[in-house]
Design a protein around this ligand. Structure first.
Ligand code: DAH
Length: 340
């Protein structure tokens, strides 16, 4: 019996040592230590031995079983470690391989100017008001003193969802929304996309961007308006820039002005950018029409307002010498990254 025991053990230990896979290890386990395994069967024969032999043979059997068991666990661990090492090696990433450089975007020129203007006005205590792209006829036209049959509507034709709901034609709608909910003093700005039914060409786009300024308080005059706009233009185009106000017409301001700035390229001498006039058209502005104040329940005998609206696309084009508005919307990263 002892001879048999040694044979089984040696055999098992050799097979374990030679096992090439984890399954081979498990197979040895079953064949030797399993319920009907060689060693298990042999151990069952222990009871047939004489009583005085049993303890010694029994101890030997236990030792053999433990040796085999240990060998099994050891080999199992070795094989698992090998498999893991192989997996790690096969999945290894070479972090030194050169990668394609990542293309970082830049702030869009319109966004840049928008942010600069917001910073400028917020520093002077203006509140930033959000508007919505979908507006109503009332806020875009009626409340701003542009009734249904008014010819000013032709220049501001927009996209209609239905007779009441439209895409806003200007940020001036936000003036009304602000004055309706807030009594003076009011100092607000608002900015965003606006929409018009316009054929696309070098200077027209059906979507563009505006920046709106509104101040309502007691005793405001055209002098205040001029001061604000002069500061703004110098901030955008440099200290030497001068402004010129020309009489104009907007239904929501009275009087109304068109504001030009001395050309930032030639300083007013005349060049191709300003078409030799020395000036470039910048924005529309005026004193808020008392009718608009009254439409918003603001006492026009006590308060006056000043307002202005400028096109951000135009500002970006002037600032960066962009001659075709379409380039602002093509989103060609190579074009846009020039304007860091
Ligand atoms: N809303 C005008 C437009 O889109 C621009 C404008 C002119 C805004 C005069 C104003 C203003 O606030 O006072 O053409």
């Amino acid at each position: 019996m002892q001879e048999k025991l040694r044979e089984i053990t040696e055999n098992a230990l050799k097979k374990i040592k030679d096992a090439k896979s984890i399954n081979e290890v498990y197979a040895v386990n079953t064949a030797v230590l399993g319920k009907n395994g060689e060693l298990s069967l042999l151990m069952r024969g222990l009871r047939d031995l004489r009583a005085e032999e049993r303890p010694q043979v029994g101890a030997l059997m236990n030792k053999c079983r433990d040796d085999i068991n240990n060998a099994l666990h050891l080999r199992e661990k070795e094989l698992l470690d090998e498999a893991l090492d192989e997996k790690i090696a096969s999945e290894k990433i070479d972090v030194t391989t050169p990668v394609k450089p990542f293309q970082y975007g830049t702030k869009h020129p319109i966004e840049q100017i928008q942010q600069e203007l917001i910073d400028y006005f917020v520093a002077q205590g203006f509140e930033v008001k959000d508007g919505t792209d979908v507006e109503t006829d009332y806020y875009c036209f009626e409340a701003l003193n542009i009734p249904k049959d008014h010819p000013a509507r032709d220049a501001q034709d927009t996209f209609y969802f239905d007779p009441e709901r439209i895409l806003r034609v200007h940020t001036s709608a936000t003036q009304v929304r602000t004055m309706e909910t807030q009594q003076p003093p009011i100092k607000m700005i608002s900015t965003g996309k606006v929409y018009r039914v316009d054929e696309i060409d070098a200077t027209h786009s059906p979507i563009f961007h505006q920046f709106e300024i509104l101040v309502v308080d007691e005793h405001l005059t055209m002098g205040d308006l001029k001061g604000i706009l002069e500061g703004l233009v110098k901030y955008l185009f440099g200290e030497k820039t001068q402004i010129r106000m020309r009489p104009s017409f907007f239904p929501f301001t009275e009087p109304s002005v068109e504001v030009d700035a001395t050309c930032p390229y030639c300083g007013g001498k005349g060049c191709s950018i300003c078409k030799n006039s020395g000036f470039i058209e910048l924005l529309g502005a005026g004193m808020v029409n008392p009718k608009v104040l009254e439409n918003c329940n603001i006492d026009s005998s006590k308060y006056t307002g000043l307002a202005a609206g400028l096109g951000l696309d135009r500002m970006a084009m002037i600032r960066y010498g962009i001659t075709d508005i379409r380039e602002l919307y093509d989103n060609d990263i190579n074009f846009l990254k020039q304007f860091k």
